[in-house]
Design a protein around this ligand. Structure first.
Ligand code: CEZ
Length: 757
């Protein structure tokens, strides 16, 4: 995984099996995971090329950092297969690009310059790939002549004997390897920079770099190339940068990747495979909103696929994340989703509880947040399994026999899910409200119920939704008794929620250990939370009357130009009966940001009840439009939906809308469902494909292509003309809202025409 910005700063990570890096930020890395609004440091992590034309002696760098000298033109191009930067320097065109290896933690870089002047030119080009501080135990760097490579070697710090045996397999060498021999190199960071620093490094003052190696000193990788270019000539330099375990591995990589200088030899391609490239995306839409179309058609599937493919770069994804990530994966790669559902279920405890995290590797352990007891993990199981069954039609999964984490006894997947729900139902107090312990969906809401009494409104409503969802599955399987049983459980949860949390205007967020109802009008901060409202709609607790009260309150307190906030006003100091969430910076993350995951639940719920205008308005706000002003304020290109945009817009207008830059978020799966199943309105059910399309009043038309069980449906949604009746036509024939299973065959294409009021 690699994330880069236009200036050349980069964060790259790979799994071995725990998340690792080969280019390091300062020491803080050891104690943290992926950070929101990541800081970049002058030296790293970055990939830079210094450029010095002999003719003028000026110093430039590509991309903008670290020299920051103005160049004539500058472009940053985010492509499906590669990232590239283009520029014009002293009338020559320069391009630099990066792709990732399909399987290995290796970046492939190309640096291309074309002499577009009428004169012969002499340029000094120096790639500068700092590795940062690698290890306090052992770090060094040397030049490997045979491979034209700088090898920075290190020992990952550890203390326990058993870690030695695990760490033996780590790729502790970071290399920068070139396809041609440099005239000189520099492997010691301080020698390269000297007094001039990164912007004017001492090493570039002379004719040649100093050929210094690093002996327990901060390593770096710089190589010098002197390029003589006749008029019209193009020169290409190629590099591989990455992690390896041994010198032999590096030699082998060189043979594979760099020995033949023809571009075709580079078998680098997209990790996100053909399954989701824009051409074969299982969903394509054409709406009047171009930014939305572009995002959905090019990037949304990729962001979902990324989650399912790498599980957020952890070996113990939180159970709720893992299950939602595979709920999304169902639409793109059902086989993987199926296997993941089984993996998750096999880690259920025999009493019914799902663990806090799913272990994906034999040496994996529950870490960080997964050591804190959260009460909501069971909610996500029926949601994911029902999506899987409805989308694929593969009911056989329900009959698979799977054991438990703590019991070899095997029961069917159907029984596992039912057990999870029974457990959820049992974790309620005498009022019928779900205990929160140290968190629910909201991770850092850790002190509402840590004494064992506090309850969550969201979780009570989410349980009801989970029961209803499972009841529907039971009914479609003909299990009437189970259907009634789960429906009854949902009803009880909804009744309790309405009794204890409905304030007359909207739903409160919970009741603390000491009996304080919070998330209500009287609270100075955190007066209203979005999640209980959204899930009260989903669970059916909120009837029309309640919705007519809630929706204006959400609009008043939570909606902003950048989307809908998760709570408001943001907390400004610790509230000891709510917890850590109140200590996050106001307007960031769960403390009142535009937390897109929560916004997506709300959008999905609105679509379910036909509040299409509001839903589509909020959905469009998730994706930066192409207005320059807005892009600058958000600070992010519309190639992924971030975890959050800064909220607390009344308290902090200057930072409102700023992106977290975090691309890990369950948002995308709910966005996919909102678009595919609710707006375009093609939802898998056990009898086939249900057609219930929607259009906001401010759109006249929506066309889409949706792949379903291997068949492809081209949908045209329009309004009725004159006094025409609403209608649905499948391949020219009128139907009544259901395409039955026997007319859905893999490989076939169908035309659907939907006319709405
Ligand atoms: O992580 C997410 C979790 O991965 O926060 C969501 C939760 O539902 C997801 O499962 C809402 O709480 O302080 C924390 O521990 C935070 O909770 C973060 O780890 C949080 C961040 O938004 C990072 O993505």
């Amino acid at each position: 995984m690699m994330q880069m910005n236009c200036r050349g700063f980069a964060t790259a990570q790979f799994m071995q099996p725990e998340p690792s890096k080969y280019a390091h930020a300062p020491n803080m890395e050891a104690k943290t995971f992926m950070q929101p609004e990541q800081a970049y440091f002058a030296h790293h992590p970055g990939r830079f090329f210094y450029i010095q034309p002999k003719e003028t002696g000026e110093l430039y760098s590509m991309p903008h950092e670290p020299v920051r000298n103005r160049i004539d033109e500058f472009g940053f191009h985010v492509g499906e297969q590669r990232l590239s930067w283009s520029g014009s320097i002293e009338e020559c065109s320069v391009e630099q690009s990066v792709r990732l290896h399909k399987h290995l933690p290796v970046e492939l870089w190309e640096f291309k310059v074309e002499n577009t002047t009428p004169n012969p030119l002499q340029w000094k080009v120096v790639p500068y790939f700092p590795m940062g501080y690698m290890s306090w135990m052992n770090q060094s760097a040397e030049f490997d002549k045979k491979n034209s490579a700088i090898l920075a070697k290190s020992i990952t710090p550890y203390q326990k004997v058993e870690q030695y045996f695990q760490n033996r397999e780590l790729k502790d060498i970071t290399f920068l390897m070139s396809d041609r021999t440099p005239v000189a190199f520099e492997a010691r960071q301080s020698a390269f920079e000297g007094e001039g620093g990164l912007q004017r490094p001492d090493a570039l003052r002379g004719d040649r770099l100093g050929n210094f190696e690093a002996f327990y000193e901060t390593p770096t990788a710089a190589m010098q190339f002197d390029l003589g270019m006749s008029p019209g000539q193009t020169v290409i330099l190629r590099f591989a940068f990455g992690a390896a375990k041994s010198n032999e591995e590096i030699t082998q990589l060189r043979n594979e990747l760099l020995c033949n200088s023809k571009t075709e030899r580079f078998e680098f391609s997209n990790v996100v495979t053909e399954e989701v490239t824009s051409k074969s995306s299982p969903l394509r839409i054409e709406t009047p909103n171009h930014s939305l179309n572009h995002f959905v058609n090019h990037w949304l599937g990729r962001q979902i696929y990324y989650h399912g493919e790498v599980n957020r770069m952890t070996t113990d994804p939180q159970t709720r994340n893992f299950l939602q990530d595979h709920m999304g994966m169902t639409y793109l790669s059902p086989e993987r989703a199926r296997a993941s559902i089984i993996t998750a279920i096999s880690q259920q405890k025999v009493e019914g509880a799902m663990p806090d995290g799913i272990l994906l590797h034999k040496d994996a352990e529950l870490k960080y947040i997964n050591q804190v007891p959260h009460m909501d993990h069971c909610v996500w199981l029926p949601l994911t399994v029902s999506v899987y069954v409805n989308e694929t039609g593969d009911e056989s999964i329900l009959d698979e026999f799977v054991s438990f984490a703590d019991d070899p006894k095997q029961v069917s997947v159907f029984d596992h899910v039912s057990l999870a729900l029974d457990w959820l139902f049992s974790q309620r107090d005498e009022r019928g409200l779900n205990y929160i312990a140290q968190g629910d969906w909201n991770d850092p809401m850790n002190m509402v119920g840590y004494k064992g009494k506090g309850v969550s409104a969201w979780l009570t409503l989410a349980s009801a939704y989970a029961f209803n969802t499972w009841a529907d599955v039971c009914r479609s399987l003909g299990k009437e008794e189970a259907y009634f049983c789960f429906s009854e459980m949902a009803l009880q949860c909804n009744e309790s929620a309405n009794k204890y949390f409905w304030t007359g205007e909207y739903y409160a967020r919970g009741i603390t250990d000491d009996g304080r109802v919070f998330g209500v009008e009287q609270d100075q901060h955190g007066k209203i939370f979005l999640n209980p409202q959204a899930w009260a709609i989903l669970s059916g607790a909120a009837d029309e009357h309640k919705m007519s009260k809630m929706l204006p309150k959400i609009e008043q307190y939570l909606e902003t130009d950048y989307g809908v906030q998760m709570l408001a006003p943001a907390f400004t100091s610790m509230v000891e009966d709510i917890g850590r969430v109140t200590q996050k910076y106001p307007g960031s993350a769960e403390n009142g940001s535009i937390y897109n995951h929560a916004a997506a639940f709300y959008i999905f719920a609105l679509l379910k009840v036909g509040q299409t205008d509001k839903a589509v308005e909020l959905l469009c706000k998730m994706i930066p439009s192409d207005s320059t002003e807005e892009l600058i304020q958000r600070g992010q290109l519309p190639v992924f939906v971030p975890n959050y945009y800064r909220g607390a817009v009344d308290q902090f207008p200057s930072t409102a809308g700023r992106s977290s830059q975090l691309f890990n978020t369950g948002t995308v799966h709910w966005l996919w469902r909102s678009l595919t199943e609710e707006l375009v309105g093609l939802r898998g059910v056990s009898q086939g494909l249900r057609v219930q399309s929607k259009l906001p009043s401010y759109w006249n038309k929506l066309t889409a292509t949706r792949r379903f069980r291997g068949a492809s449906f081209e949908v045209k949604i329009e309004r009725v003309r004159g006094d025409e009746e609403p209608s649905i036509k499948l391949d020219g024939e009128q139907i009544v809202g259901l395409i039955a299973n026997d007319s859905i065959k893999a490989g076939e294409r169908h035309q659907l025409e939907v006319r709405l009021l």
